[in-house]
Design a protein around this ligand. Structure first.
Ligand code: SF4
Length: 159
């Protein structure tokens, strides 16, 4: 398949509805000055580790887990407002493709985003390069890898 560095647009079907819970949480997070943490949540093993790591980072002050779905597709929602008003948005992507960072950067701007490639943090010796499905690795090992990513992210965010 071909490769291209050209930017492209993705049309999203509009809708009036917003998530009622997202409205409450988004407004609360703005009021509490929390920093949103999102992850790519890709369906493969890499996305799974990024998702788990984002949960762990989101538990630490001043961070909180955000909903990337609403941030990307509901521009008038409180969740998106939170992403735009936050001092920074932390994006943990599953691999070098940086899928969610490449979207988020166009919503909040490069200077407001801190992006991580989770695979780069834990894939020493290319041990996990060919893993596709999340359950090809034991739950215990997945937890250890996610913790490793979360620790690295938190350490870099604290400097
Ligand atoms: S960043 Fe990697 S793991 Fe995440 S959705 Fe993109 S290709 Fe999948």
């Amino acid at each position: 398949m071909g490769r291209s560095e050209l930017n492209f647009n993705l049309e999203v079907q509009g809708m009036k509805a917003v998530c009622p819970l997202g409205e409450v949480i988004g407004a609360k997070m703005i009021a509490e000055n929390k920093i949103p943490v999102i992850s790519c949540e890709g369906g493969c093993f890499r996305g799974e580790i990024a998702r788990m790591a984002a949960h762990l980072v989101g538990k630490q002050e001043p961070f909180m887990r955000g909903c990337h779905g609403e941030m990307f597709t509901a521009p008038t929602s409180a969740m998106t407002d939170w992403a735009k008003k936050a001092e920074k948005v932390v994006v943990i992507d599953g691999c070098f493709m940086k899928c969610h960072g490449r979207v988020m950067i166009n919503i909040i701007g490069k200077e407001n985003m801190i992006q991580f490639d989770a695979l780069r943090i834990y894939n020493k010796g290319n041990k996990y390069t060919d893993i596709m499905l999340y359950d090809e690795v034991s739950e215990e090992e997945r937890k250890q890898l996610a913790q490793q990513v979360a620790d690295k992210v938190l350490s870099e965010l604290s400097t």
